[in-house]
Ligand binder design. Structure first.
Ligand SMILES: [Zn+2]
Length: 390
């Protein structure tokens, strides 16, 4: 399921003070702003008329606003001049949040043809491109709100349903012109009859808060080092004491790679890994601190000091399980300065393996029943790619 929100004609001329003000039209703007973050896609329609548009009463001497005439072959209600291309009145409300709107679809651009629907002109012949756009984005569910219930919202929702989208009207986020009393309720009844479903913004928001679409991160429980986090239905681990992990491909002057081996409690066996360690919170310059962390961890675990460290990549270590990001570095110019072996009884064993014998050595360790960390293969591949370019 992929859902789109269509904001219909939230333009100055349709708001109080505008040329064709819809009563209380401004009340829907804040609802539109509240809803936008919950959709995969947000688009807007924009009434966009030439200054001599055929729907304007001013173009038909002897007729008044509200009269119904024939424009081309179609009955046409006559309106005051409104939403003239490029005018202040045609602009989207300055109170509307527009950051998530990926595209605005103009309509009513042909002089002799009006267009209430965001999809087609009133004759149903010319497309605005909105339908194709939604299909290309794999949208299945369309939500419609805006102005005016009895004209452009109605026509847009009906066309959306006809085009095969599951279509919802956000009922409290629409306001109508109501030329005749009862026009709005008749329009809503017609939409429902056709297959459009109605929902209120409150109810819909409450449903989203229970669903995976709701992006609030909550802490479900916490240990000393790891918190269990939840976003929607998704649970994952987050380190409470570190913001990143560094993984180090350490290369000696004799072209050997430094591996370490240690017992790992979660998997219940010894594991071959690359030197690695956590980077603490709160530092200012992330880049510099990471390379410092590389030198410190390498020294603690293996006893080697490095002359040069080179950043290789930063990637999620297990994107479904944790938000942890591993920063992979190549360390070169190694000098042995300490015995290594880790801190606090980590009992880390160090292995030096010639680079051209690494594959055989790893296969042998795997056959012996040791676990080989997945991150090791990835980091080695990154390092070999860089070294091959030299
Ligand atoms: Zn118009």
């Amino acid at each position: 399921m992929s859902s789109a929100l269509i904001l219909v004609d939230l333009q100055n001329d349709f708001l109080p003070g505008g040329a064709l003000a819809v009563p209380h039209g401004n009340e829907v703007i804040s609802i539109a702003n509240q809803l936008q973050p919950f959709f995969h896609l947000v688009v807007a329609t924009q009434d966009w008329h030439p200054s001599d548009h055929g729907s304007f009463a001013s173009q038909h001497p002897g007729h008044r606003i509200g009269d119904i005439i024939k424009l081309g072959e179609l009955p046409q209600v006559l309106w005051p001049d409104h939403c003239v291309q490029g005018s202040m009145g045609s602009e989207l409300s300055p109170l509307l949040h527009t950051n998530s709107i990926t595209q605005v679809f103009p309509k009513g651009t042909e002089r002799q043809l009006d267009s209430y629907s965001g999809f087609f002109d009133n004759g149903g012949e010319h497309e605005t491109g909105l339908g194709r756009y939604l299909i290309s984005r794999k949208i299945t569910d369309v939500y419609v709100l805006g102005l005016a219930t009895d004209y452009c919202v109605r026509a847009t929702a009906l066309d959306s349903y006809r085009l095969g989208f599951r279509t919802w009207l956000i009922e409290d986020a629409c306001r109508g012109v109501e030329l005749q009393s009862g026009d709005c309720s008749a329009a809503i009844a017609e939409m429902k009859q056709a297959g459009v479903q109605c929902v209120t913004s409150d109810r819909w928001l409450a449903e989203q808060r229970d669903s995976v679409n709701f992006r609030e991160r909550k802490k479900r429980s916490g240990g000393k080092f790891i918190n269990i986090m939840q976003t929607g239905r998704w649970e994952y681990a987050e380190r409470s004491n570190a913001k990143a992990v560094v993984v180090i491909v350490a290369l000696t002057e004799e072209d050997e790679i430094v591996f370490i081996e240690q017992y790992r409690e979660p998997i219940g066996k010894r594991c071959v890994e690359l030197p690695a360690g956590l980077v603490g919170d709160g530092e200012e310059d992330e880049g510099e601190d990471l390379s410092e962390a590389v030198r410190r961890e390498l020294r603690e675990e293996t006893g080697y000091a490095a002359d040069r460290v080179t950043f290789l990549a930063a990637s999620s270590s297990s994107a479904g399980l944790t938000n942890e990001v591993a920063h992979v570095y190549l360390a070169e110019g190694l000098r042995r300065v300490e015995t290594g072996g880790g801190v606090d009884g980590e009992l880390i064993q160090t292995h030096l393996v010639r680079r051209d014998q690494v594959d055989d050595w790893l296969a042998q360790r795997r056959d012996e029943g040791l676990d080989i960390a997945m991150s090791l293969y990835a980091a080695l591949w990154l390092a070999q790619s860089l070294l091959a370019q030299r």
